[in-house]
Write a protein that binds this ligand. Structure first.
Ligand code: CMP
Length: 137
């Protein structure tokens, strides 16, 4: 069924000039861009977005990383796009993400405390609804 998901181009993707390449992959797959904006998120917005990770060792570095520069937030629609975008993105660790995926082809492991892995995609219909409400209030 047609779904919507939240995709973020994280600060590493924006800083490296990869926003266009990432959008091209989403569009080439046949998904639709419904809404898109460049955002400088507040700590409060990020704390809500990443509430499930509070207390994990990478939580503070993750917030610091996400505060390090602008992010592109995209509302993407398509048939099974939640699962489909996560497949396009590849697994969390860019070193082992499969070639052909965004993280596998374009991701760098910088050897820092948090995975700077270019993109975020909602992981379930419940997460998509919650996250879209946060970023596109
Ligand atoms: P994402 O899945 O978008 O949301 C949580 C983020 O935390 C994840 O992307 C990575 O950027 C980061 N992350 C998740 N697990 C780890 C980990 N084990 N070590 C470092 N960073 C992580």
């Amino acid at each position: 069924a047609t779904e919507e998901t939240l995709v973020l181009v994280k600060p590493d993707g924006v800083a490296r000039g990869l926003t266009g390449a990432i959008l091209a992959r989403i569009e080439a797959k046949g998904y639709s861009l419904v809404d898109l904006k460049l955002v400088e998120p507040s700590r409060d917005l990020l704390a809500r977005h990443y509430a499930e990770h509070e207390g994990k060792p990478f939580y503070e570095p993750l917030l610091e990383f996400m505060l390090s520069g602008p992010v592109v937030a995209i509302r993407v629609a398509g048939n099974r796009v939640i699962e489909g975008f996560r497949s396009l993105a590849g697994t969390t660790d860019p070193t082992t993400a499969a070639p052909g995926t965004i993280r596998g082809d374009l991701g760098r492991d910088w050897g820092v405390a948090v995975q700077q892995n270019l993109v975020h995609g909602s992981d379930s219909p419940e997460s998509a609804e919650r996250e879209l409400a946060i970023w596109f209030a």
